[in-house]
Write a protein that binds this ligand. Structure first.
Ligand SMILES: Cc1cc2nc3c(=O)[nH]c(=O)nc-3n(C[C@H](O)[C@H](O)[C@H](O)COP(=O)(O)OP(=O)(O)OC[C@H]3O[C@@H](n4cnc5c(N)ncnc54)[C@H](O)[C@@H]3O)c2cc1C
Length: 406
């Protein structure tokens, strides 16, 4: 089998467009919206049209932009192998995050909730919610990594569900038009009873408690909500309203098979920004980097850069593999977690090691490298932390259930 590591020709225009957005729109305002946390980056509004164009080219740019309608859980067998929308999304996300992760996460219409809607909405729901910006609210004060522990309840009352609980750390929660809320129909029945509901941000039962001040991705808003007798039409429950003891929760979790590689792609974009910057600084300092010479025959800084580039390539290839598998409807949970674990850690490591190599140019606010290091950290936390990815990988390799290996 031959492996072609080039970007597929059909995606080159998309990657070029994303790179232009990163260079011309994101980078020039990157520092500004890092300093002015909570100010809406109005430059993003006009990008909505561009995103539409990019979607036509095979995939959009935002976090969770693609639903798992292309995933292994859906549809019939593929006809041959293809490079599809997951791969396109990952490639454009890498470019856009080379520009700015926080701004990518703030792009209208590209929320994680859009991914959940894309994955499980029926045709009528797609009609109602398609094209609207949807955030995703899973995390609660008592439920982070263990999403099966959520306490928010949903009780059917006539034609409406009544939701009560608290949600924290909702990316784009303040700015999005919709929030996909995870709630349980019956806590006694465990994970099988967890369902997701599309809630209008304007719903009076959903109250914004606060917007967080953060270490990184400061251009992106992160909201906390309380749900107080929040009434949601019955038809806005996503997926099967019945509690299915087998497979129900696994279905919800499959959204992550598509979104984790996209978060990995974000980390790869930041890592590349840091590596390119560092390579330039080393060149200015007269350090020559020779990829063909053994590390011990080169200056220590050059060997360090090559070492980081090898990690970066490994993370990138794992990510492309996970996306390609999703596009070809191959089960990819293992590869999605491997990509997320490797890229999440590589993004953080690379940025910090680049700061070490660049010295004051790496640490000062005169350059963006210190900001990239702050931005990169979240990519090893949300959509499942480093430890949780390793746990998922171990379970799969050892053929253990979540009850066997906690
Ligand atoms: C900026 C930001 C944006 C976010 N956006 C969203 C969003 O849009 N929607 C959403 O629902 N959530 C979002 N989150 C929440 C995020 O997904 C959680 O923070 C994450 O899943 C970890 O949960 P936790 O913070 O409760 O940590 P905990 O689950 O309490 O974990 C704390 C530490 O313990 C480790 N740990 C936990 N369990 C295990 C275990 N079994 N084995 C080994 N180690 C373990 C974790 O890896 C971590 O290091 C966001 C968070 C942040 C900071």
């Amino acid at each position: 089998m031959t492996i072609n590591l080039e970007i597929p020709r059909k995606f080159k225009p998309l990657v070029g467009q994303a790179h232009t957005v990163a260079t011309e729109v994101f980078r020039p305002v990157s520092r500004r919206y890092d300093r002015e946390e909570h100010t809406y980056p109005k430059e993003l509004d006009f990008l909505a049209a561009v995103i539409g164009g990019m979607s036509d080219g095979g995939g959009a740019g935002g976090a969770g932009a693609v639903g798992s309608r292309d995933s292994p859980s859906n549809g019939s067998a593929p006809e041959g192998s293809r490079n599809g929308s997951n791969l396109a999304s990952a490639l454009s996300i890498m470019e856009l995050c080379w520009g700015d992760v926080g701004l990518l996460l703030s792009m209208p219409g590209q929320g994680l909730g859009n991914s959940a809607i894309g994955a499980v909405a029926d045709d009528a729901q797609l009609e109602r919610f398609g094209g609207r910006w949807a955030a995703m609210a899973i995390t609660e004060p008592e439920a982070g990594s263990d999403s099966a522990a959520i306490r928010t309840t949903a009780v059917l009352d006539g034609d409406e569900y009544v939701l009560n609980g608290e949600k924290i750390y909702v990316t784009a929660g303040e700015r999005a038009e919709l929030v996909v809320v995870w709630a349980t129909l019956d806590r006694q029945q465990g994970r099988a009873a967890i369902k997701s509901f599309v809630v209008e941000r304007s719903n009076p039962g959903m109250k914004l408690i606060r917007v967080e001040d953060k270490l990184g991705i400061r251009a992106s808003d992160t909201a906390a909500f309380s749900l107080e007798d929040c009434r949601v039409p019955k038809r806005d429950l996503l997926g099967d309203p019945k509690i299915q003891p087998k497979g129900g929760f696994a279905g919800v979790m499959q959204t992550f098979d598509n979104t984790r590689p996209l978060v990995a792609a974000m980390a790869i974009g930041v890592a590349r920004a840091a590596l390119e910057f560092t390579r330039e600084k080393l060149a200015e300092a007269g350090v020559e980097v020779d990829p063909d010479a053994p590390p011990h025959s080169q200056p220590a800084a050059a060997a360090e850069l090559l070492d980081m580039e090898a990690d970066y390539e490994a993370a990138r290839l794992l990510t492309l593999q996970a996306c390609w598998m999703a596009d070809n409807r191959k089960p990819n949970s293992l590869q999605a977690s491997m990509a997320k674990a490797k890229a999440g850690r590589t993004g953080t490591d690379v940025c910090l090691r680049c700061i070490a190599l660049c010295g004051s140019a790496g640490y000062a606010e005169t350059e963006l490298l210190e900001k990239w290091a702050r931005d990169a950290k979240i990519l090893d936390i949300f959509e499942g932390t480093q430890e949780i990815q390793l746990l998922i990988i171990a379970r799969q390799l050892l053929k253990k259930t979540s009850a066997d290996l906690k």
